[in-house]
Design a protein around this ligand. Structure first.
Ligand SMILES: [Zn+2]
Length: 375
């Protein structure tokens, strides 16, 4: 059936082109043999004869509507169709029966639609996720090293409308036409614990920022008599900050004979640390402290010849040499405030680099100056 129709159509075309019509030169009245018509060409190829200019427009509209049928679907909307092929017309004289009918045009399109160049712009919708950010917030409600998700992050969603242009079926351009957020993303909030744990770590830290041992642990001669020193004496002018050597419970904070003002901390493994000759106590008995927490100011209370910090570690009821349980001082530049001062004032390095009182400079600057002196 289709073949037969095509055959008939072909015959009609041939008849039209060879016998029914002829191209007309210039403007003139229709002859007795035919009426005024137009020869239509697509990219130079003769297609057939049509009766008037409105038929040309109808032919173009037909091509466009067929392209729209091909590209249109539920998710896309046709924005624009442009025919790129050159469609030309020439005036002619035709036998009315030789003119292309609408059916002929459809047949022509079905047979040759692929060879007609066109551009089509369609609107395409797409749903995309919006990623969320992770925000970290410090929280004193949780211990250090703890991270707690307080707000679960949720992806957002948005509808994006693109305008996509196809040239002869091949995508040639894509632009975002519209964005519509349908659901906002929720940022994830993670609380980072800042609370210091008062649990013992099992390792000890020096109780002062700068360490200089003035008297070691063990047997010594004091005022001509043998004496067993129960801890180490650390150089510290009165009012130097003293820190807990490890986390634990303050089991004594008060005055105790030759120790003067004394703090005893019991650690979770049963060890005790002692901080003696203090000028001020900043914690009370029965409370817990974290490693490195400021607990007191050093001083010269009790049986002393001058201000310093006496520090002890006791294991199983007996004192031990604290140095054996503390970070090595070897290779570490540890300078007491007094040392820094004595090092700096009057030295060439100090004179050449520093013009203001020692206290004006940061600890780091002071240490650097001292190091410079020793190089
Ligand atoms: Zn001592």
């Amino acid at each position: 059936m289709v073949k037969k129709n095509l055959f008939v159509l072909l015959i009609l075309f041939m008849v039209g082109l060879t016998f029914g019509c002829s191209e007309k030169e210039g403007d003139g009245a229709a002859s007795e043999n035919g009426i005024e018509a137009y020869l239509i060409r697509v990219d130079g190829k003769e297609i057939g004869y049509i009766s008037g200019k409105e038929e040309i427009e109808a032919f173009k509209e037909l091509i466009k509507s067929e392209k729209i049928k091909e590209y249109g679907n539920q998710n896309s909307e046709i924005i624009k169709v442009t025919i790129n092929s050159e469609i030309e017309v020439d005036k002619a004289i035709c036998d009315p029966e030789s003119l292309m009918s609408t059916e002929d045009m459809i047949k022509y399109y079905e047979e040759n639609g692929d060879s007609i160049s066109f551009s089509i712009t369609v609107s395409e919708k797409d749903k995309v996720y919006i990623s969320f950010e992770t925000v970290y917030k410090n929280s004193s409600a949780y211990y250090e090293g703890t991270k707690v998700v307080s707000v679960k992050g949720e992806k957002g969603e948005k509808d994006i409308t693109y305008h996509v242009t196809y040239v002869d079926g091949v995508e040639s351009g894509k632009v975002v036409f519209e964005e519509n957020v349908t659901k906002d993303a929720v940022n994830e909030v993670i609380l980072v614990g800042t609370k210091k744990s008062t649990a013992s770590t099992g390792s000890y830290a020096w109780p002062l920022n700068s360490v200089y041992i003035t008297s070691s642990y063990g047997g010594r001669t004091l005022n001509g008599y043998y004496d067993f020193h129960l801890g180490v004496d650390l150089r510290a002018s009165s009012g130097t900050w003293v820190y807990a050597s490890d986390g634990g419970e303050v089991v004594f904070a008060g005055y105790n004979g030759s120790y003067g003002y004394l703090i005893k901390i019991k650690h979770d493994n049963g060890d005790y640390t002692y901080y003696a000759h203090l000028s001020k106590i900043a914690v009370s008995s029965g409370t817990r402290v974290y490693k490195g927490q400021y607990i007191a100011l050093s001083g010269a209370t009790g049986n002393v010849t001058g201000a310093h910090l006496h520090f002890e570690i006791r294991k199983n009821g007996s004192t031990v040499n604290p140095v054996s349980y503390l970070p090595s001082l070897k290779g570490v530049v540890i300078m007491s405030s007094e040392y820094l001062e004595s090092c700096l004032v009057g030295t060439e390095a100090y004179q050449s680099h520093y013009a203001l009182p020692v206290s004006f400079y940061s600890r780091k600057e002071q240490e650097e100056c001292c190091l410079a002196r020793h190089r």
